[in-house]
Design a protein around this ligand. Structure first.
Ligand code: FAD
Length: 475
């Protein structure tokens, strides 16, 4: 232990190796955002550049000590914190937040992995570009964490997920070598795509230290609408209409059930909700970006509402009249996870399905859960445009969250995941596998694909020191 700490201090400097003895409280790095998987770290190490990351990895490898890469620690599947043994080292990328360079003609931005997503968006905007990855945790999550989890967020239907926005990557391997694939190329067919192997690997194959990101032109106008819809089937039909009439101008399509918004009303009563009194049980938040003008965007949006109101897939709509109001609509949507957390720990399901299967899935699964768990409450919201629901199960009123999790988590998971499989979906849409879904994976993933994943893990991390036990069971 003393030898390892000395090597780590040599690698990153004394102030950047935090232990309980030197720093006292390490809980900010040891607890996850949901406070479901509290752990104990041997140390938290904060390298300042790629060479220091490589030196940390080499020191840990030499001493056979496991490393847990951590960005903003906002992940929701138990991937970013140490386990409870007190033996693992947390490698925090937060000090690596430099913008390395912008290539305006190539529309790319190269940043270090610890850059907070909001800062990346701002750096792009300052240069007259859009970096479209956007999610509620953007004020604290890092681009390294976004890539490691292949994050999705609110504009995937137009711009794709983190993977689609990444052209190049730099990483440190399990043996402490630096692999430089920092290209801004849109075409590069020189063998296996190692960048894509690292994206979504949740810190189990390498440590991402920098990335070259794809930028887009800033839109001339952006409109946000809040729409009352009578059913999930109507929401799917509205999506089809919007896609048909708006094409790539449709950049966001979120759905929320009444219960999820009632939690926001209860825990954040200061947030006024448009169409609050409307009886329809679903709301859609729809966003349009236009390359021409606001008037052009408005005319196109009105055309969508005309068709949607006529065919009954929308009942009423409020269009944000200012940037502040548009932000408010998004704030309401993004407050749902926070309101849920206030209500008590819940059973989260981040699932994806073919959009066409979603109404049938929701109807069947709502009914199955109501039958199995008396008084169950469903917080159902998500990125409908991507076929991604956050289909979360909240305890009945008066039942403690801990009691509910112990008694019902396995029951709820079995019902939801089996229904997902029956409807052709995935048990993890955008949050990843981590610890939360590791033991579910063998039931739902193709067996040969899983065997390949294990072989890749063994080949790239033979000593099993990079985020062991996440994604794949390795014991
Ligand atoms: C309120 C809220 C809303 C969210 N909304 C969305 C959403 O809309 N869409 C979505 O996709 N996700 C969402 N998330 C979860 C999302 O996965 C994370 O917010 C984000 O992508 C993780 O980034 P991070 O820097 O916090 O990573 P962390 O939480 O620190 O880490 C996540 C995983 O990545 C690994 N990792 C982190 N950095 C690196 C690195 N540099 N190299 C290798 N591995 C690394 C970790 O080991 C861990 O396995 C939300 C989370 C919250 C709290």
């Amino acid at each position: 232990m003393a030898e390892l700490l000395a090597a780590l201090r040599q690698a990153v400097g004394q102030p950047n190796v935090l232990t309980r003895a030197t720093h006292g409280d390490l809980s900010a790095w040891e607890n996850d955002w949901r406070k479901r998987w509290p752990g104990h770290a041997r140390a938290v190490v904060r390298p300042g550049n790629t060479e220091e990351v490589a030196a940390v990895v080499k020191a840990c490898t030499q001493h056979g000590v496991a490393l847990v890469p951590q960005g903003g620690n906002t992940g929701l599947v138990g991937g970013s914190g140490p386990d409870g043994t007190g033996t693992q080292v947390v490698l925090s990328l937060q000090r690596m937040h430099r913008v390395r360079g912008l290539d305006a003609a190539n529309a790319t931005l190269t940043v270090e992995a610890g850059c907070v997503l909001q800062a990346v968006q701002q750096a792009a905007r300052d240069a007259g570009f859009l970096f479209p990855l956007s999610l509620a945790a953007e004020g604290s999550c890092t681009i390294g964490g976004n890539l490691a989890t292949n994050a999705g967020g609110t504009q995937v239907l137009r711009f794709g997920n983190a993977r689609d926005l990444c052209l190049g990557i730099e990483a440190v391997t399990a043996s402490g070598e630096v692999v430089n694939l920092l290209s801004g190329l849109r075409k590069d067919n020189t063998g296996y795509d190692l960048r894509n192997l690292l994206v979504g690997s949740e810190g189990t194959l390498g440590i991402i230290t920098a990335a070259t990101l794809k930028l887009f032109p800033l839109p001339a106008a952006q409109l946000t609408a809040w729409v009352a819809v009578p059913s999930m089937a109507a929401a799917v039909s509205l999506l089809g209409t919007a896609q048909r009439l708006l094409g790539p101008a449709l950049t966001g399509f979120e759905v929320m059930n009444a219960f999820s918004l009632s939690l926001v009303a209860r825990h954040m009563p200061q947030l006024t909700q448009p169409l609050a009194a409307h009886a329809d049980p679903w709301r859609v938040l729809l966003e349009v970006q236009d390359v021409e003008s606001e008037a052009h965007a408005q005319a196109r949006l009105e055309a969508v509402f005309e068709v949607a109101m006529a065919n009954g897939c929308a009942s009423d709509a409020a269009v944000a009249q200012s940037v502040a109001q548009s932000r408010h609509f998004w704030h309401l949507r993004e407050s749902i996870p926070l309101a849920q957390a206030e209500e008590g720990t819940n059973i989260k399901h981040d699932i994806s399905l073919p959009v066409s299967a979603i109404p049938a899935f929701v109807e069947a699964t709502d009914a199955a859960l109501a039958q199995a768990i008396e008084g169950v409450r469903l917080v159902n919201f998500g990125h409908l445009g991507d076929g991604n629901l956050h289909y979360n199960v909240q305890a009945p009123p008066g039942v403690s969250a801990a009691e509910f999790l112990a008694a019902q988590e396995a029951v709820a998971n079995a019902i939801v995941y089996q229904a997902v499989a029956q409807h052709g979906g995935s048990i993890s849409a955008e949050h990843g596998v981590g610890w939360l879904k590791r033991d579910e994976l063998p039931h739902y993933k193709d067996a040969t694909a899983l065997a390949w994943m294990r072989q890749i893990k063994r080949a790239l991390d033979p000593a099993n020191l990079l985020n062991p036990g996440r994604v794949l069971r390795t014991d």
